[in-house]
Design a protein around this ligand. Structure first.
Ligand SMILES: NC(=O)c1ccc[n+]([C@@H]2O[C@H](COP(=O)([O-])OP(=O)(O)OC[C@H]3O[C@@H](n4cnc5c(N)ncnc54)[C@H](O)[C@@H]3O)[C@@H](O)[C@H]2O)c1
Length: 338
């Protein structure tokens, strides 16, 4: 599926965080639709190191790239020598910057700011030197305690959300300076779909509930889950937004969601219907009250206007499209390793 008429064949495309969920999907999008594109993935990949919250320090996984035939570089975006070597050895046309500490609950502010904020500015300088358009991942977490999900109303309530606001601020600074490249920040809402499994506990609740249901367990929801609403967005629509962001009418920062908030209760109902398993629901107390977003819903007016974006998947369609992969993962990664 091609989303615009840019011919990416022969173009050199850097995808940072390309061994992660969204980055690997982008890599396969280009490989499939533009087989002559030169795709360079730069990712630190995983080892066993964890942050103090118990999460892995990075989620990049080779399994996300099985079948990929471009270039794969294991490296750290915080390593200036590695960035210099990227700058010297390639001439990028597009940079998709997805690498980040993506776990919103990481407490180490020092490494969060270094990785998410400072490395972004260094990469942006590479983009400017190469004349490469920059498309980077911001986040709905920038809205935090805000009740208005529109660019300009950010109110982050954790270090991760703060780091993405700082990336957006850097972007405004460079846009204001009148750089020759386009820079687009995409504030993804709650993304789900293929290749998220290796994010472990930070993968979407869609895949986590689905696997609970397939295991025969009763899915556990927080009390009042019919009133906890989020904008859940399917991976294909995220790819659409990234591709459209390659030739924007205007550089800037845009929300990427469906524009329609849905509840966690809806997710379980749809999954139970699609999987044909009704093993009821269990309600547990929400331990995160006070630091939890109870409602998010992307205002997508400007991305529609400036990028021509139109989400194709509502929650029902996205889950339906995802079910075969959910079942495959269950067989290969859960049943077989019991
Ligand atoms: N998935 C979502 O719902 C969502 C929502 C909002 C924003 N985002 C943002 O989108 C981007 C991609 O997220 P994702 O869901 O694919 O997460 P992910 O964790 O699967 O991907 C991030 C990748 O970055 C790599 N990485 C981490 N630190 C690195 C470093 N120092 N050097 C090089 N590589 C490093 C990881 O190994 C991983 O492969 C991130 O910037 C994330 O903050 C994601």
């Amino acid at each position: 599926m091609k989303y615009n008429n840019i011919n990416f064949n022969k173009k050199t495309i850097l995808i940072t965080g390309g061994a992660g969920f969204i980055g690997s999907n982008l890599a396969f999008y280009f490989q499939k639709n533009y087989p002559e594109s030169n795709i360079v993935i730069f990712d630190i990949f995983r080892n066993d190191e964890t942050f103090s919250n118990g999460s892995l320090k990075s989620f990049g996984h080779y399994k996300n790239l099985l079948g990929f035939n471009g270039i794969v570089i294991s490296g750290n975006i915080n390593d200036k020598i590695a960035l210099k070597s990227l700058e010297d050895n390639y001439k990028f046309d597009y940079i998709f910057h997805q690498a980040a500490i993506s776990d919103t609950t990481v407490r180490e502010q020092d490494i969060m700011i270094k990785t998410n904020v400072n490395a972004y500015e260094n990469l942006l300088k590479v983009a400017i030197n190469h004349g490469a358009n920059m498309i980077y991942a911001s986040s709905a977490a920038t809205y935090g305690d805000s009740d208005r999900f529109e660019v300009g109303y950010e109110k982050p309530n954790n270090a991760y959300g703060f780091s993405k606001v700082m990336m957006d601020n850097i972007t405004y600074k460079y846009i204001k300076q009148g750089v020759d490249i386009s820079i687009v920040g995409l504030k993804y809402f709650n993304v789900y779909g293929k290749r998220e499994f290796y994010k472990d506990k930070t993968a979407s609740m869609i895949v986590q509930f689905a696997h609970q249901i397939l295991k025969g367990l009763t899915p556990k929801l927080f009390e009042g889950s019919d009133k906890i609403l989020r904008d859940f967005i399917y991976i294909d629509d995220i790819i659409q937004a990234n591709i459209l962001a390659c030739n924007p009418i205007k550089s800037g920062i845009y929300n990427v969601g469906t524009g329609k908030a849905r509840s966690f209760e809806d997710i379980v109902n749809i999954l139970q219907g699609e999987l044909g398993i009704d093993n009821s629901k269990e309600y547990i107390a929400n331990p995160f009250i006070g630091q939890y977003q109870f409602f998010t819903e992307a205002n997508i007016d400007t991305i529609k206007q400036n990028l021509g974006y139109k989400p194709k998947y509502n929650l029902e369609d996205g889950i339906k499209a995802y079910i075969p992969e959910i079942k495959r993962l269950f067989k290969v990664e859960i049943e077989n390793v019991k």
